[in-house]
Each structure stands twice: as structure tokens, then as C-alpha cells.
Design a protein around this ligand. Sequence first.
Ligand SMILES: Nc1nc2c(ncn2[C@@H]2O[C@H](COP(=O)(O)OP(=O)(O)OP(=O)(O)O)[C@@H](O)[C@H]2O)c(=O)[nH]1
Length: 353
Amino acid sequence: MSQARSMSAREPIRERRPQFWQVAKRCCQIAATVDVAFFFLFHILGSPILAWVNVISVTMYVVAYRALSKKQNRLAIGLIWAEVIIHAGLGIVLIGWDSGFHYYLLMFIPALFVSMGLRAAVMSLLGLWSYYVALYLVMWFIEPVQPIAPGALLAVYLFNLSVVFAMFSYLSFFYLTMVTTANRKLRRMATTDPLTGLFNRRHMTYLAEKELARFQRSGHPVAFLVLDIDHFKAINDQHGHEAGDRVLEEVAGIIKAQLRTQDLIARWGGEEFLAVLPNTGLNSAQASAERVREALLAHDWLAKTGERIDITLSAGVSEFRRDDDLNSAISRADRALYRSKEGGRNRVELEVV
Ligand SMILES: Nc1nc2c(ncn2[C@@H]2O[C@H](COP(=O)(O)OP(=O)(O)OP(=O)(O)O)[C@@H](O)[C@H]2O)c(=O)[nH]1
């Protein structure tokens, strides 16, 4: 935890939360478009000062957008802050609190926490709150400097409210998508082996325990295959570690192709795989292991140099028994695998009763 905090403190601001800077660019585009609309709206409503403020606002957003493209994120955030704060303040002082310009200030609350460290965000939040309250109190005591007709004020209010609704919806959707994507990625990283894409050992243990609980209830057979590539060290030594990795990936693909979709497959160790076969007795499991072994033999294994690689696989098979546990079932398959290796490799052996 403290390591994670110190890492994020050392990370430059532009490297942190890269997705946020993308969405900040999109917000610059939307805000500049809204300000162009304001320019015309305020001209029509007879408030030239507010109309021309929007020309400055659009310029600030264009500069902020370019700064974000060049990864000058601090400059961009400073410009966006200044624009919103000045624009909202001017709008309220000129035509009144009922214009709804203050809503734009609230939009900064989530952005503050994403764009800076916690301390800076809390300080900025306090500043924002003070500014918001001060504006409200000022407008309690003074009249708007350049009031517009009530109907026009209502139109400005509804326009501002709608823009803020739309932008909040967009930001909420963006945050939701970001969190969902990150969760999916974390889950994949926590449950799969990065090289082969199969389940990793920890997740397989969890899934196998669940499968065994089902067996205890239903009594349907569950079989275990421990599959191990023969003389894998020699493959690494002769063709290089990279070729070894490629073999592991391809073997994983072959195992997957030869077993059923409901079978659970994991990379159990370096060059060892474990498959849990639900609703499968010992003999069917042996047939499945044979199928995998033969598919491996039939595959054309070529090194990058075009040289042939001899690849075979040994397997041990066991079946879950009543009053058994996961470790003992896998140990029996392991002992069967050991006999395959002892017996000359490239073969499948069943557990002994
Ligand atoms: N390329 C590659 N090699 C790995 C990986 N994980 C483990 N290994 C290698 O796999 C080899 C396993 O060697 P051993 O346990 O001696 O087994 P073996 O050579 O297959 O011999 P037998 O199992 O007895 O047939 C070791 O050299 C490990 O370095 C990996 O992710 N990639």
C-alpha cells in the first residue's frame, strides 16, 4: 500500500491516469462548441460583454487542447480551471445566480480527484467551495450588473442546466467504462497464465475445489490429467528459451483443442499442465489424454531455423474418489505421470488403485 502510494507520488503527472487526459481533450472540444453557441446566444439576448467573453473562452480551450496533445497537462488544467472559474463568475455577476452558470463549477469535483494527488485535490476542493459560496453570498446582496429579460434568463438557465446534465452523464459513463475495463483486466491478470492464456495454478485450485464440491453433491465422476512435455529442458537448451515459450503456447492450444469446452485447463508448473474433466470417468479421461498426446505427435514442430523439434508428452490420469481431497487426487495423477516418465515417456498411465 505504502509502496503503491510512493510509486504514484514519483510518477510524473502526465503519466498518471492516461485515460483522464483523453477525456479532458474531449471536454475541451465540447466546452469550446458550447461557448461558440453562447457567443451567438448572448448576442441575440442583448448581452454583448458575455458574448465576447466566449471568444476568449474558445481561445483558452483551443490552447488547452493543444497543450494536452503535447502532454503539457499542468498548463491545460490551469487554463481549463481559469476559464470555468472566470466564465462562471462573470456570468453570475452580470446576469444573476438564476442563470445557472454556477453548475459548471460543480462539474470540477470529480475531475479534481482524478487530475491531481489527494492533498492537492482536497485543497482545490476547499477553494472551489469557498468560491461557490462567496458567489452565492455576493449575489444575495447585489443586483446583476447587466440583467436580461426574464424569458431570456430562463432560456440561459435551461441551456446551462442541459449542458451540465449532458456532460455529467458523459463523465459518469466514462468513469464507469474505465472502472469496468480495469476490473476485467485485473481479473484476467489474477486468473490466467500470461504466456499460454490458460488458468493459473491459484485460480485452477479454486475452480477444482468448486468442481469437487459439486461431485460430493451429485456423485458424477471427475477426472484429473497431469500432462508434462518430455525433455523440455533440452528444447530450451537446443533451440533457445524463446522457442521453448512458443512450444508452451502451442501445446496449450493443442490441449484446449482436444478437450471439451467444459473441461478446466491450467498451466500447473513450468512445462506441466493440469486438466480437470467434469463428468468423466477414468477410461474416458485416459482416451482424452491419448488424444492430446497423439495430436502433439502429429503436429509439425519447427524451430525458427526450420529445424524440426521432437516433442512428446507424458500424462498421468486419476479419478476423484469419495472422501478424497484435491491434493491426494492430483498426487495420484502425479505418481502415474512419474511412471509414464520412468516407462520411457510419450505415454499415458492411469493411477494405481
Ligand atoms: N521456455 C521456457 N522454459 C521454461 C518455462 N518454465 C520452465 N521452463 C523450463 O522447463 C524445464 C523443465 O525441465 P525439467 O524439470 O528438467 O524437465 P524436462 O527437461 O522436461 O524433463 P522430463 O520432464 O523428465 O521429461 C527447465 O529447464 C525450465 O527452465 C517457461 O515459461 N518457458
